[in-house]
Design a protein around this ligand. Structure first.
Ligand code: SDX
Length: 438
């Protein structure tokens, strides 16, 4: 393959010659990050597909929402660095930014907050869904089922070709996810559902729906609710990660928005993705004490063990995940606010990080803590059970999913996603009657 030198006034292109078949592929540049080689005509020109399991070198869309520089540990939401947003913004402000491309004015934010508040309740019949689940059902199973079922209730926001209906569905999803999540938690502990309160901000409202009980007032702790709001900001979007790509692929078929978000929740549940926060805390608790860390480091370096340090490593970040730094700081803030002077799990986490970051295996493979490494310790301190950790991730990521879903539908280049394959199965053969089979 030759990539043409930058001839003046000539569109940059890459040429690939395969058995005398030439394919000339345009090279496109973005605002930031790697250029792309458009391979869409490769099959027509050469009869060959590209092959890239896991899409390690494949861009499947253009996007203006989030940018990650994995080598530098940079994450930008619409150009704004994640650490600035985490410190100086609020989750609803970030929702507006991700959906609309610009930070809101005071008036725009007030209007958006009013819209979200008007949609945070659920159709009362949705509450009956919960009685169909066992009390010990994993809340992510409840989320997948209930969110998917919303398309049976909100028919006035399922026409994906109507921008107004897309906006309504997007706002409904952002507003209702915390309510459904809190109901899943309350159902699991046999408590009555607590309705949303529109006098509270997004995070405080979620915490009161989870932890308030009807027989006494719920005391809001602003330090804790601010920490949770910041955690939502950190999890809001992250380019074309597995669950966002799932939402885009489901959306490319024209599926309704609630079904698409349900598919994203299902994908996020995996321990290699959003389920890693629950898996990471389980791992830290299994390690139990700093003197057992070397044993687990050894296992993580042994491929045959099948064990990985959960909360470590990332497909894109080959440097420290900038969100993990903010999460670690938030973890300390929450523990201090709660008067927890000594958390043995945090002690294990910090020592594990210290040892791993000095170990050549992790250095060579550029494995650093990711957002999930400290989030579990923080969420547990806030009072959430481990089974709710990925649910909280889904609450936050809903705005990223709907922003990317809208962008995909509005993108004239987008069409139904339909990857090809390298076929390794049997060549054509004739049917064998039962009495001739061995
Ligand atoms: C999230 O994509 C996103 O943006 C996701 C996310 C988001 O906000 O949406 O950031 C959220 O999902 C964070 C990641 C959470 N998952 C985990 O913490 C699970 C543990 N991490 C790994 O399973 C892994 O690091 C992944 C899944 C995160 C990344 O997998 P890749 O990019 O496919 O990397 P890989 O599996 O090819 O690993 C590269 C090498 C391998 O060794 P070699 O085959 O090259 O010899 O690094 C090793 C792996 O064995 N490795 C690890 C490791 N992660 C990778 N070894 C030990 N412990 C680990 N955690």
């Amino acid at each position: 393959m030759n990539v043409h030198e930058r001839a003046p006034n000539c569109e940059p292109a890459a040429e690939l010659t395969l058995e005398r078949k030439l394919s000339r592929m345009p090279v496109r540049s973005g605002t930031l990050g790697p250029e792309v080689i458009e391979v869409g005509k490769l099959y027509r020109d050469t009869g060959c597909f590209t092959y890239d399991p896991g899409f390690t070198s494949t861009a499947n869309c253009t996007s203006r929402i989030t940018y990650i520089d994995g080598d530098e540990g940079v994450l930008l939401y619409r150009g704004y660095p994640i650490d600035q947003l985490a410190e100086r913004s609020t989750f609803l402000e970030v929702c507006y930014l991700l959906l609309n491309g610009e930070l809101p004015t005071t008036g725009q934010l007030d209007e958006f907050r009013g819209t979200i508040n008007r949609h945070n309740m659920l159709h009362e019949q949705v509450t009956r869904f919960f009685t169909g689940f066992r009390r010990d059902a994993h809340p992510m199973a409840v989320m997948v089922g209930t969110v998917g079922a919303l398309s049976a209730f909100y028919h006035d926001s399922t026409d994906i070709n109507d921008p107004a209906q897309r906006a309504m569905a997007s706002n409904r999803m952002i507003a209702k996810m915390p309510t459904i999540a809190a109901m899943a938690y309350k159902y699991s502990i046999g408590h009555p559902f607590i309705y949303p309160r529109n006098d509270l901000d997004f995070a405080a409202n979620f915490m009161q729906m989870c932890f308030a009980i009807p027989c006494e007032p719920y005391k809001i702790d602003p330090i804790l609710t601010r920490a949770l709001d910041r955690i939502f900001i950190l999890h809001a979007d992250h380019e074309q990660n597995a669950s966002t790509s799932t939402v885009r692929l489901a959306g490319s078929s024209g599926a309704n928005p609630f079904a698409c978000i349900a598919s994203g929740i299902a994908c996020l549940w995996g321990p290699a993705h959003g389920g890693a926060n629950e898996a990471a805390l389980n791992m830290l608790m299994e390690i139990g004490s700093v003197d057992r860390i070397p044993e687990y480091i050894k296992k993580a370096k042994d491929k045959s063990s099948g064990f990985r340090l959960m909360g470590f490593g990332h497909r894109v970040y080959k440097n420290y995940d900038p969100r993990a730094k903010v999460m670690q700081k938030t973890c300390h803030e929450v523990l201090n606010a709660l008067g927890i002077k000594h958390d043995p799990v945090l002690e294990v986490a910090m020592e594990l990080e210290r040892i791993a970051l000095q170990d050549e295996y992790f250095i060579d493979k550029k494995l650093y803590p990711n957002i999930d490494f400290y989030s579990g310790i923080t969420l547990r301190a806030l009072g959430f059970p481990m089974s709710m950790f990925t649910v909280l991730f889904a609450i936050a990521r809903t705005v990223g999913w709907v922003a990317q879903w809208n962008e995909m539908i509005e993108d004239p280049e987008q069409r139904i996603g339909r990857p090809r394959q390298l076929y390794l199965g049997p060549a054509e053969r004739n049917f064998v009657p039962m009495d001739q089979r061995s």
